[in-house]
Ligand binder design. Structure first.
Ligand code: GDP
Length: 224
């Protein structure tokens, strides 16, 4: 579906009503119960595909647990981690029987060093490239800090796995509007270099709720 005002206007479609319907579809999807299904530490232990999947990835401490909790309205769906880099498994959650959310281990935590890297080259890469039900990876980037080598490495890996990934700027509340606009422009330039990248970049804050309804709406388009 298009949200381009020109195209929609030409067809005489009420874009405000369409947008409201998208937001409502997202709200409804994420109002459904979200329950833990399975944790995998090995590629031969993945749960069978249950329908469309969306995976959440990002550097440790990027705000991934907080974002998953904000989207689902849970206070501790994905436990807000006190020990970055500790979880090295894929956690699968069922959202209303319509979408599976997959919490991927945080990467790039300095103290975890080689282990995280080999996790990502091993289990994570195998999961990413061998999962037909995986519709999209949300790759989270902290709006307040520079892109790191580990982020670039994961984007290259996603290109190689040919999995569509969408960048999500987190902690937008921590940046002034002008700096946020610059950051967004930088990130859009990065997106253009990656064949697997989704053209839209989401901007979110789990602290203020900014961008949460819009991201729910985007994910609802991928649900059953
Ligand atoms: P994870 O390691 O990626 O799961 O990150 P967490 O969700 O555990 O968050 C890491 C830290 O960032 C915690 O101290 C959170 O309180 C903080 N944080 C998460 N989301 C936001 C946000 O939207 N705004 C701000 N200012 N801080 C956030």
């Amino acid at each position: 579906m298009t949200t381009d005002p020109d195209v929609a206007g030409a067809e005489g479609v009420d874009t405000a009503a369409l947008e409201a319907a998208r937001i409502e579809a997202g709200r409804l999807l994420f109002a459904a119960p979200c329950t833990f299904v399975y944790a995998s530490q090995r590629i031969d232990q993945l749960p069978g595909p249950r329908g469309p999947e969306v995976a959440f990835a990002g550097r440790s401490n990027v705000g991934k647990s907080s974002l998953m909790n904000a989207l689902t309205g849970h206070s501790a769906l994905a436990r807000v981690s006190n020990t970055p880099g500790r979880t090295r498994q894929l956690n699968f959650f069922d959202l209303g029987g319509r979408l599976t959310l997959v919490d991927m281990p945080g990467y790039g935590y300095a103290k975890a060093g080689k282990d995280i890297k080999s996790d990502w080259q091993g289990l994570m890469f195998n999961y990413l490239r061998g999962r037909p039900s995986l519709r999209r990876v949300l790759l989270l980037l902290d709006a307040r800090i520079e892109l790191k080598d580990a982020d670039r490495a994961v984007m290259d890996l996603l290109d190689r796995a040919a999995v569509t990934f969408q960048l999500v700027l987190t902690k937008a509340d921590g940046v002034k509007p002008a700096a946020l606009a610059r950051k967004l422009a930088d990130v859009v330039a990065v997106v253009r270099k990656h064949p697997a990248a989704h053209p839209e970049v989401a901007v979110t804050s789990s602290a203020t709720g900014e961008g949460i309804a819009a991201l729910r709406a985007a994910l609802a388009e991928l649900a059953m």
